[in-house]
Design a protein around this ligand. Structure first.
Ligand code: GCO
Length: 455
């Protein structure tokens, strides 16, 4: 392996999610999702946009696959919209909804692109939310029912399966901070939500394996290393707190079958639990959650620098002024990807790891010559890929990398203002416009080599 060369067979992919790109929210029998509801409430989406049309991928998917072929990609991570498959969340399967993914998978395979579907990337059917959503234990049976409907249709062709995308975001942003659907602000509820997500994951892994012989199954977690601002005991404790709440609360149950004691104690001290017991955990749950996985999907964007705040609680995300920030306000910190990969490998030892999201939001204009010179994105990708390669050379079983994202898309509560795409989208025509990073990434995939960007 040359200095910047990746191993033969390393997978280069692009990533998207259904609610962020598909649009067509009322077509072909699709039911309503919690994000349709959330986005329709004034003030919830920063730029006032909705996901109703998004990137119109539901109609332009053939063209989008051609874009990926043009970049020499070997894999595509997308998600399946539960409300397209089961408009009411449960019961009657909408076969027209499944036809869409069926055709998508066929064309991907024809193009030599491996499909990596995620079953749940946040678009819960609204009717299930009306019955309690992820806070209710009933949802676990519903998720398995949904995963069966999908695997029965696609399992003859799809080998790689992801259950959930980023349970931390669903539990914390959706149920504790309230900036994501369903917009709840209830820390106690968010702990139950996290547990039901993990438990539904474990059950779904077992069900996918039953339906799809030889399936490779994993989950995707967002990983964010926590660093103390100073070495004071308070800041060190703030960093421990953040790491526990963000990373270990998910990785420990999945790989070790138990929740971290120190985080239980933090939650009790904060009044989110009445005792050191977790009331939503039933006998046998932890064994199901820790069902053996074939891979871990790791998403990485930035690190978090932690400091004890004036009220005694850690302050979220202290920006470090000397480092560059992306348009999300996230510090560019490539070493954090290296550290995350090493840490996950050392502490949890998944058999295979994929980086399933990594990328940066920058808004670059279209130049008079029609090009989009997004040099900062190229540099971001290059630095992070070199960090990933270092971890690989040191024995981390990293099998592939998925750039977030193929297209500028609906960035949840921030609407269309934050642009992560390798391709921009002309708002009026919907046409896709390659950024310079697309050409650069296409070259990486073609040569299996990360070159220095030519700026
Ligand atoms: C997430 C999601 C993506 C986001 C991306 C940029 O991590 O929040 O998986 O859907 O769009 O991460 O914020």
């Amino acid at each position: 392996m040359g200095e910047n060369k990746f191993p033969r067979g390393f997978l280069w992919g692009g990533a998207t999610s259904s609610q962020q790109i598909e649009g067509a929210t009322r077509e072909d029998g699709r039911g309503k999702s919690i994000w349709d509801t959330f986005a329709a409430i004034e003030g919830n989406i920063e730029d006032g946009s909705t996901p109703e049309v998004a990137c119109d991928h539901y109609h332009r998917w053939r063209e989008d696959i051609d874009l990926m072929s043009g970049l020499n990609l070997g894999a595509y991570r997308f998600s399946i919209a539960w409300p397209r498959v089961l408009p009411n969340g449960s019961g009657q399967v909408n076969s027209t909804g499944l036809d869409f993914y069926d055709a998508l998978v066929d064309k991907l395979l024809e193009a030599g692109i491996q499909p990596f579907p995620t079953l749940y990337h946040w678009d819960l059917p609204q009717s299930l939310q009306d019955q309690g959503g992820w806070a209710s234990r009933e949802i676990i049976a519903r998720f398995v029912e949904y995963s069966q409907a999908v695997t029965r249709r696609l399992g003859d062709r799809v080998q790689n399966w992801v259950t959930h995308n980023e349970p931390w975001c669903i539990a914390t942003l959706g149920h504790e901070e309230g900036c994501h659907a369903p917009g709840h602000k209830n820390p106690t509820e968010s702990l139950a939500v996290a547990h039901h997500l993990l438990l539904s994951h474990g059950h779904a892994v077992q069900s996918i394996r039953q339906e799809v012989p030889g399936a490779q199954v994993g989950i995707v977690n967002i990983h964010c290393p926590a660093h103390p601002l100073t070495l004071s005991p308070d800041d060190l404790n703030a960093a421990r707190w953040f790491d526990g709440f963000f990373n270990r609360w998910y990785l420990d149950p999945i790989f070790k079958g138990k929740y971290p004691e120190d985080v239980i104690e933090d939650r009790r001290a904060a009044g989110h639990l009445t005792s050191g017991e977790l009331p939503f955990v039933k006998d046998g749950d932890m064994a199901i959650i820790s069902t053996h996985l074939d891979f871990l999907g790791l998403n990485y964007y930035s690190r978090s620098v932690q400091q004890k705040g004036p009220d005694g609680n850690p302050l979220p995300h202290i920006p470090v002024p000397e480092n560059e920030l992306t348009d999300m306000g996230w510090e560019v910190f490539p070493e954090g990807l290296y550290d995350s990969l090493k840490r996950v490998h050392h502490d949890y030892n998944p058999p295979q790891i994929y980086i399933m999201e990594n990328g940066a939001a920058y808004d670059d204009p279209i130049s008079p010559d029609g090009s989009i010179k997004d040099d900062r994105r190229i540099t971001y990708y290059q630095q992070h890929l070199l960090a990933a390669q270092r971890a690989l050379l040191e024995g981390v079983p990293l099998k592939g990398y998925f750039a977030w994202s193929l297209l500028d898309n609906f960035e949840w509560g921030l609407g269309f203002a934050k642009k992560f795409g390798l391709f921009a989208m002309d708002k009026t025509t919907g046409n896709r416009i390659p950024k310079n990073s697309a050409y650069w990434y296409g070259n990486v995939a073609a040569t299996n080599t990360v070159d220095a960007p030519h700026l």
